[in-house]
Design a protein around this ligand. Structure first.
Ligand code: A2P
Length: 220
């Protein structure tokens, strides 16, 4: 949870955000949309160096590698700001130790929303910790739903029509090899989760690791 206590407000405004920086990093990155009249982001987008930001002491979440059984391939399905937790995981060497292949998908409405992920992935070859690991192991697949793009369509559509597997150069999902993490809006999660289940994957947790996990991307 992060938040602010705007001047004149009775109490702080707190919202759940995913930490986008890797677990080893000394600084914390957050990735957010800006909502003009949003209770938090209308203030958050105006903060300056030296301003106070409130950070909850404990971080919680279900998108952890320990909630997944070992496998060959890790898929990370994200929409919009749902890429944030994966921005963290793709910078963590542990991710590449556990899987032969890591595939990050990011689906947005418009091309401008893809830039954060595209710049981050492009920067990884020069990353001192994962630079050597990402080469040939990390694939980044982007799709758009409201503008032209080489791959068009929601992640659910791409899973259904097989275009996702064509783009990734893989076979379809199977419970032996594939592990999946899903992060987006509640509707995206529910719909994507239902489809992933049709491939025979089951939901895992820290106490009962299995083949996929989900997390809601909170916004505004
Ligand atoms: P679409 O443009 O067809 O609504 P949002 O900003 O609303 O969270 O959307 C981010 C991306 O997620 C958009 O590309 C949007 O597609 C897509 N999306 C929205 N709802 C779902 C859903 N239920 N399942 C899969 N993708 C979704």
């Amino acid at each position: 949870m992060i938040g602010l206590h705007p001047e004149g407000a009775k109490k702080p405004i707190m919202r759940a955000y995913s930490i986008a920086s890797p677990s080893w990093d000394e600084k914390l990155d957050f990735y957010s949309i800006k909502v003009e009249d949003g209770p938090l982001t209308s203030h958050l987008q105006k903060i300056e160096v030296g301003d106070e930001v409130i950070l909850a002491k404990k971080s919680v979440g279900t998108l952890v590698l320990d909630a997944l059984l070992p496998g060959k391939r890790l898929w990370m399905f994200s929409t919009g700001t749902g890429i944030a937790p994966f921005a963290s995981l793709i910078r963590d060497p542990d991710t590449y130790d556990r899987y032969d292949e890591v595939i990050l998908t990011h689906t947005c409405r418009e091309a401008s929303e893809l830039i954060y992920g595209q710049e981050l992935v492009a920067s990884l070859v020069n990353d001192p910790l994962v630079g050597d690991l990402v080469d040939g192991k990390l694939k980044h697949i982007t799709s758009l739903t409201r503008e032209d793009h080489p791959i068009k369509g929601r992640i659910t559509t791409l899973l259904e029509n097989g275009k996702l597997f064509e783009a990734a150069g893989t076979s379809i999902l199977n419970p032996n090899d594939d592990r999946v993490m899903i992060c987006g809006s509640m509707d995206m999660i529910n719909d994507t989760k239902a489809l992933v289940e049709t491939f025979g994957l089951t939901e895992g947790s820290n106490s009962n690791p299995a083949e996929f996990v989900v997390e809601k991307a909170f916004v505004g």
